[in-house]
Design a protein around this ligand. Structure first.
Ligand code: AMP
Length: 287
């Protein structure tokens, strides 16, 4: 695996690869890599000649300094995992390369309301930071496809919108969520959980699945209340939000029409914020 710490050298390499007719799949990460990230690397390897990954804890997308400060960093372990998974290139950007002072102008996004609920509402500025870093990466490095995890459902829709708004020739591919055996979505933040909280957090996905299996629009309010109660029953967990939204506009569901529906959840687990979601492809009925 080639490791670049400097964008000009990386760009020269990528441009030469492009001229040689090779396709490049891009997997952006913030490190502390786990099987979820490896699923993205495998998806990229399956469809591209070159897989380019980045590890960059993007300061622009953290709305809490303490969250940024406690974010796990383990570059050497991460590089070893990427190498084992046959990632071709790793770029470790410096903050100054991504956000140069001077002539760099902040982008203006039109997210068309995709950012108004859920993570956008509870983490002010978060999606501007996500959009900004993704736009910078697209402007800095040539690649053909970008691989993102469905675990961050709203993020995938935001990135697709950035690509559409700026008319970039990049395909955004969403990869299914990798889970622990008990159902908990894999996340770098799981490293910060106590053993008890991690065990308890399995109820999050079990409960989302339960709502999906019993879904009916008429019963939605009661189902969501019962789901929150099931999760809050654990002394380690507290639901921040549980929302059923139209899976394409990400607006809170107001009538039975939109399908698919996405259920999005954020839960505090002993001071660690976990998110997950499940897509309901059609109406399920009881019995
Ligand atoms: P992060 O390092 O948390 O910023 O995540 C980098 C990428 O990995 C994002 O596109 C995430 O959605 C994706 N990702 C994180 N966790 C998972 C998971 N459990 N399964 C699949 N993809 C994931």
């Amino acid at each position: 695996m080639l490791i670049f710490k400097e964008v000009n050298a990386l760009r020269t390499y990528l441009e030469a690869s492009e001229e040689a007719g090779k396709t490049v799949g891009f997997v952006p990460t913030m490190g502390a890599l786990h099987e979820g990230h490896m699923a993205l690397i495998r998806a990229s390897n399956a469809s591209n000649d070159i897989t380019l990954s980045t590890i960059f804890v993007n300061p622009a997308q953290f709305n809490e300094q303490s969250d940024f400060d406690s974010y796990p960093v383990q570059i050497e372990q991460d590089a070893a995992k990427l190498e084992l998974e046959n990632c071709t290139v790793l770029y470790l950007p410096k903050v100054e390369e991504v956000y140069p002072s001077g002539d760099y102008e902040k982008p203006v996004f039109d997210f068309k309301g995709l950012d108004s609920q859920m993570e956008g509402a509870f983490r002010p500025g978060h999606f501007f930071g996500v959009g900004e870093v993704i736009k910078r990466f697209i402007d800095l490095m040539p690649f053909h496809r970008m691989y993102l995890g469905a675990k961050d459902y709203q993020q995938v829709q935001i990135v697709k919108r950035v690509v559409e708004q700026f008319d970039y020739d990049v395909e955004v591919v969403s990869v299914p969520t990798e889970r622990e055996a008990g159902g908990l979505a894999m996340s770098s933040r799981n490293l910060l959980l106590s053993k008890e909280a991690k065990e308890a957090a399995n109820v999050i996905y079990q409960t989302l699945s339960w709502v999906r299996d019993h879904y009916s629009f008429d019963q939605l309010d009661q189902l969501l209340e019962a789901a929150k109660a099931k999760i809050n029953h654990s002394e380690h967990l507290e639901v921040e939000y549980l929302i059923a939204a139209d899976a394409s506009t990400l607006q809170i569901l107001k009538n039975a029409e939109p399908t698919p529906v996405v259920l999005c959840i954020s839960v505090w687990a002993n001071g660690v914020r976990l998110i997950d979601n499940i897509v309901i492809e059609r109406e399920y009925s009881i019995g």
